[in-house]
Design a protein around this ligand. Sequence first.
Ligand code: G4P
Length: 536
Amino acid sequence: MNFLINVNEITSEIKKRCTFAIISHPDAGKTTITEKLLYLGDVIRTVGVVKPKKNKKHTQSDWMDIEKKRGISVSTSVLSFSYKNKLINLLDTPGHSDFSEDTYRILSAVDFCLMVIDASKGVESCTQKLLQVAKKKGIPIITFINKIDKDFKNVFLLLDELEKELNMLLSPITYPIEYDNNIIGLYHFQNQKAYWYHNTKSLIYKKKQFLLNTFEKNNLIFTQEDNIKTQFFWKKKINHIQKSYINFQYKDFLLLDVNPVFFGSALDNFGIVFLLNFLVKFGPIPQPKMAYTRKIFPNELKFSGFVFKIQANMNLKHRDRIAFIRVVSGKYFKGIKLFHVRTKKKFSINNAISLLANNRTVLETAYPGDIIGIYNHGNIRIGDSFTESEDIQFSGINNIIPEIFKSVHLINPLHQKRLLKGIFQLEEEGAIQVFKKLNTNEVIIGALGILQFDVVSERLKVEYQIELIYKNVEIHTIRWIFSKNKIRYNDFINDNKDFIGIDNEKNAVYFVPNIIHLNIISEQNLDIFFLKKKKI
Ligand code: G4P
C-alpha cells in the first residue's frame, strides 16, 4: 500500500466527509430521526419504531443496559454511513436532562450540529443549554422541527420563538402546508415544489387518498375547482413566507448568522430525506481546529487528532477500553507511527477501528472528520493529542468543572481496591471526575448532571460487582491549587487538609463549600492560586 499522501488525495477526501452531532431535549425525536437517517443510508433495513422504554427493539446507538432500561441515551456512539457519495459521521449525544462532560466534548469533535425540536413544545431547556455551547464553539446549526403530524404551535409563532432563542435569522428550507387544520404536505423553497404527506397509517392514509384526488403531486397546482381558493391562498402564503425570512446563503450559515430550518415527522419518515439531502450538500466539511499554539488545517499532510472520549468495558469479556480520536488533519493508515504528545512516546497503530454502536471494523485509512477508535491500556486520557511529531495540544476539550459532588460509600468495605480501579477507569471516560479526600481517603465524585451518579453505580455493579451508596457533601465547586512558592504551598495544604482532595494526576484541589469562603481564603492566601483548570 502506498502510504504517501498528497494534497489532491486529502482535499478530495475532506470534501467527501461531514461530521455532526444531533442535539435535542429528551423525547424530541433524536433517536427516531437517527434511525431514519440510518435507514436512508442503508445501514439498517427495517424501521421498526424504536421504543426502548417499553423494552422493545433498540436502536444501533442505544446499547448500554441503563440506556435500555430507561430509554435514554447515556453514552455517545459514533455512527458512520454513506449517502450520495458522502461519508457521514454522526455523533450521538446523550439525550437526557442531565449533561455530562461527554456532551460538551462531543461538540468539540463535530463540524456542525442538527438541533431537533418538538413542534408542540418549541425550544426546551436542554436544547437551550446545548445551543449555547454550540454557539460558543462556533458550530453552525441546522434545525429540524419534528412531530408536525401532531397538534403543534402556530408555525409563525414557533419560528418567532426560535428566532429569538437562537438570536439568528431563520431560513426555512421546507415549510408545512396546512389544510383544514391538518398538515398535508411540505413546501420546499429550494426545489420550489410541494410534497404531499405520504403515510401508511390508516388514518392519514385516508388523508393521502383525499390529497391525491384533490391535488396534483409535487407542485402547488391544486386541480379541483373547489380548491381554487386554497391554491390561491397557498401561492400567496408561500410568497409571503419567502419574503418574511432570509434566503439561505452558505457563507452566512458558516458564520452562524443564519439557521436553516426544516419541518417533518420522523415517525412517519416525512421530511427527513430533504434534511439528509441538505446535510450532504451544505453540511460543512471538516473544519480547522484550534490548538494552543496554532490553528490546524484539515488539508495539512501530517496526521493530527485528539481524544474526545474514552469508553471502558465496551466488551465485558475483554474489559477493553477504546479511545475515540477525531482526525483533524492528514491521513491515518494501518501501521502509522504516532506521537502521543502528553507522554512524548511514539508507537505504531495497526488496529484502529471504526464503530457502529458495538460493531467494529478494523480501519485501513481515515481522514479529517473521521472518528477512529484505538485500544487504550490506561495510558491515554481525554484531551490527549496524537500527531506525527509536532507538539500540539488542542483547546476546548478539557477543563470542565463538575457541578454536583457526592461521596462514595461501599456496601462491602472489603471492595475498596476494586472500587478505586473501577471508578478511575470510569473517570477516564470523562463523564465524572474523581478525587480522594486528603485527610480521610474518602472518594468524592464530581459530575455535571445527577444522572451520571446512577450511571456510575449501575456500571460498577454490572462491570465490577461493586455496590455502593452516595452521601451528600458540602462542596459547591472546586479549584485546582497552585503556587510558585513550594513551602507556602505545602503549608497551605497541611493547614487546610479538611478542604483538600487529590485528583487522578495527583494534583491538589480545594473543595469550596461556598463562594464567600473561596473569596475569604483567596484574600488570606495571596500567593496561592485557585485555578478553574488544571495547569497543562
Ligand atoms: P429522543 O431520542 O429525542 O428522546 O426521542 P425518541 O426518538 O425516542 O422519540 C420520543 C417519542 O416521540 C417516541 O414515542 C417516538 O415514537 C415519538 N416520536 C418521534 N418522532 C415523532 C414524530 O415525528 N411524530 C410523533 N407523533 N411522534 C414521534 P414513544 O417511545 O412511544 O414514547 P411515548 O410516546 O410513549 O412517550
